[in-house]
Design a protein around this ligand. Structure first.
Ligand code: AMP
Length: 225
């Protein structure tokens, strides 16, 4: 773990199932920064029995994006909290140009944008074996990162579940949406960096292929430049 005060603000981009959640967890431990997963925050909201919760539940279950203004409000509130003072990692945010523009407009400083990439076949393979611990957002995988006791969270012993949107049909929809909206962010950040604006984050594309450790080390290397 790095010493406190080492500012590190990261955006982790990449398609669903590329291993973002797992790598996000490792990076956050390493840099001692909070993981801001809009997916986790929205799943919490979806679990509430409000009409907003139901709307969000429906969007998540069908693999569609939640409205920008809802997501932005959650993020704005979250980054004001004390634990974000030395940095944070955005996992699954921004997902649209409007969300990225809002960050830029609010002068939210980002040091690095890391894009994780992987073949579609590997993505489907990743998602098919994925298990999560809903309360913490911890991610496991039956083959690549199994829990110590089958179907139980390592830290709390609570049951692990499959996400409602981790089925083949929804995965294909989520990949489609990623290509349609989120992939544009790759060009957005590449172009911003090329513009020479000193406020722009550094952008690196990193392969998500290999073991969790290999990918993690690859990301760390890119966070040095
Ligand atoms: P994730 O856990 O990041 O894969 O997100 C799960 C689902 O939550 C997505 O398929 C979307 O329905 C919703 N979601 C998460 N983050 C965002 C975001 N930044 N913008 C819009 N919808 C989001």
């Amino acid at each position: 773990m790095q010493t406190m005060g080492a500012n590190m603000r990261i955006i982790l981009l990449g398609p669903p199932g590329v291993g973002k959640g797992t790598q996000a967890e490792l990076l956050c431990q390493h840099f001692d920064i909070p993981q801001i997963s809009t997916g986790d925050m929205l799943r919490d909201l979806a679990a509430s029995h409000s009409s907003l919760g139901e709307k969000i539940h429906h969007l998540i279950a069908s693999g569609k994006l939640v409205d920008d203004h809802i997501v932005l409000k959650l993020v704005e509130e979250r980054i004001k909290q004390k634990d974000c003072v030395h940095g944070f990692l955005f996992d699954g945010f921004p997902r649209t140009i409007a969300q990225a523009d809002a960050l830029k407009h609010d002068r939210v400083k980002i040091d690095y944008v890391i894009e994780l990439y992987l073949d579609d076949e590997d993505i489907i393979d990743h998602i098919a074996g994925r298990l999560i611990h809903p309360a913490s957002g911890r991610v496991y995988h039956n083959a690549y990162h199994p829990p110590k006791i089958p179907d139980k969270d390592d830290e709390t012993g609570e049951p692990l579940i499959h996400r409602i949107d981790d089925n083949r049909e929804t995965i294909l929809q989520r990949l489609h949406i990623y290509r349609e909206h989120t992939e544009l962010l790759i060009h957005y950040y590449q172009n911003w960096m090329k513009s020479g604006d000193t406020f722009s984050p550094k952008y690196h594309a990193v392969s998500g292929e290999g073991s969790i450790k290999q990918v993690f080390e690859r990301i760390l290397e890119n966070l040095k430049n």
